[in-house]
Design a protein around this ligand. Structure first.
Ligand SMILES: Cc1cc2nc3c(=O)[nH]c(=O)nc-3n(C[C@H](O)[C@H](O)[C@H](O)COP(=O)(O)O)c2cc1C
Length: 268
């Protein structure tokens, strides 16, 4: 018997909490099997202050994630829910529902293994299925965390370049004493810095797109009043905050490039 996973699919605006925005950004926050997953709860907590957050963890990440540190508002999904929520044709498929729900995917920490899978398009668990099904007009952020030897490996460079080609935004690791005792680059960026990077990127893009959508809606409503127009006035109301891409290319396309360039380490 499939257990139902309850996802709020309403796209309707709720309270206007931020100037120009109808609702909070929806962040799908994912952890993979790096020791830095011990900080997952802290990151989920701070993102929850300004975003709706749902969490995903890989099987390896569960060795490190402290579930009790997750805020009650943040549900955690694993491969168990992915398979437990499906039993027959017609049942919803969790990775597709999460992919539809989210405005942005944040993988923090990102393990070397999951990075390799993302770069190669492999999809053998809930997280990588979300990535493989992702709508790349919506952003993906990655915050890698691994031992310096792994970080300095030529594989990492190759996989990061593949990620960059997909438009994935890198939040570079930092140098410090790692969990294994080695000193070097590869530690996940501090949750507070990840939080502020996302806050800046997502709220700016969403409020820009909300303004553009509002303007576009007005133009389309004007067009609909015209007898000869074939444009449906209501059409644009369904517009996703990140989908006003054609009009917002100027900010939408430059943002990942700008962030990637700023945060890319000397490695590349
Ligand atoms: C104690 C321990 C710590 C680990 N820390 C890391 C790490 O910080 N970064 C990393 O990329 N892999 C690390 N690994 C290896 C990953 O957990 C392993 O590659 C795993 O398959 C990753 O699975 P996932 O990418 O599906 O989460 C660690 C393994 C162990 C046993």
């Amino acid at each position: 018997m499939a257990s139902k996973v309850n996802l709020d699919k309403s796209d309707s605006p709720r309270v206007s909490w931020e100037k120009g925005l109808a609702r909070k950004p929806r962040i799908l926050l994912a952890a993979s099997g790096s020791v830095a997953s011990i900080k997952f709860g802290i990151l989920a907590e701070s993102l929850s202050d300004w975003a709706e957050v749902k969490a995903v963890a890989t099987k390896s990440a569960l060795h490190f994630v402290d579930k009790s540190a997750l805020p009650p508002s943040v549900p955690l999904y694993t491969d168990q829910e992915e398979w437990g929520s499906w039993s027959k044709i017609g049942d919803e498929v969790l990775h597709i529902e999460l992919r539809k729900w989210a405005d942005a995917l944040v993988i923090a920490p990102l393990s070397a293994n999951t990075l390799a899978k993302v770069a190669g398009g492999l999809c053998d668990n809930l997280l990588t299925c979300v990535v493989r099904a992702w709508d790349f007009s919506k952003p993906i952020f990655i915050a890698p965390a691994m031992n310096t030897y792994m970080w300095d490996s030529p594989f990492t460079r190759k996989h990061l370049l593949a990620a960059q080609e997909l438009g994935i935004i890198l939040i570079s690791p930092i140098a410090k004493k790692l969990a294994c005792g080695d000193l070097g680059n590869g530690a996940m960026e501090e949750p507070s810095v990840i939080d502020s990077t996302l806050r800046l990127a997502l709220l700016k893009t969403m409020s820009f797109n909300a303004r553009v959508c509002g303007k576009r809606k007005w133009i389309m409503e004007q067009s609909a009043e015209d007898e000869n127009s074939t444009v449906e006035a209501g059409e644009v109301r369904k517009e996703h905050p990140f989908r006003a891409r054609k009009l917002s290319r100027c900010s939408g396309a430059l943002l990942p490039v700008a962030i990637f360039t700023c945060l890319l380490p000397p490695l590349l």
